[in-house]
Design a protein around this ligand. Structure first.
Ligand SMILES: [Zn+2]
Length: 153
């Protein structure tokens, strides 16, 4: 039980969508993320949401932030914690970028439901997949995850 709890430490900011008026600085996507963005775009089309490295507090690996005036989004940006990123496997990195683009580009909310075998039903679960889940769920349900990600709501 203790091991499981430790494996589940990394998650997405629950306040990933901050709607507020105020100043922001436009950033350019860090080249590190380009392969993952290309992969995402092969399924979901072009996205111009910038992704940058920025320290995230506690167990938060990444956030999608939107700056809005009223209902109109002025700017959005994905911020990834470098220290945590360096510890992730390739596939974990892919799920993290897909997850955050799910928020920022596809306007998805979290989906924390699971299959009977305890595999998550969605990349949009608020917690990232641990290495066990990457091995036993991600490849098995990959087509489902892509389809589910593209569904709005
Ligand atoms: Zn999230």
């Amino acid at each position: 039980m203790k091991i499981l709890a430790l494996l589940f430490l990394v998650s997405c900011g629950t306040n990933h969508v901050l709607n507020f008026e105020g100043d922001y600085t436009r950033h350019k996507t860090d080249v590190e993320f380009e392969p993952y963005i290309s992969q995402f775009q092969s399924f979901f089309g072009y996205t111009n949401t910038p992704i940058i490295f920025k320290e995230r507090e506690g167990n938060i690996a990444g956030t999608c932030t939107k700056w809005s005036l009223g209902k109109r989004v002025q700017y959005k940006e994905i911020q990834i914690d470098l220290t945590k990123w360096l510890r992730f496997s390739e596939k974990q990195r892919e799920t993290l970028i897909f997850h955050e683009l799910g928020h920022c580009h596809l306007n998805r909310d979290h989906n924390n439901t699971v299959f009977n075998d305890d595999c998550p039903r969605s990349i949009m679960r608020y917690q990232m997949m641990n290495s066990y889940e990457i091995e036993n769920c991600y490849d098995v349900y990959f087509d489902h995850y892509i389809t589910e990600l593209g569904r709005n709501g």
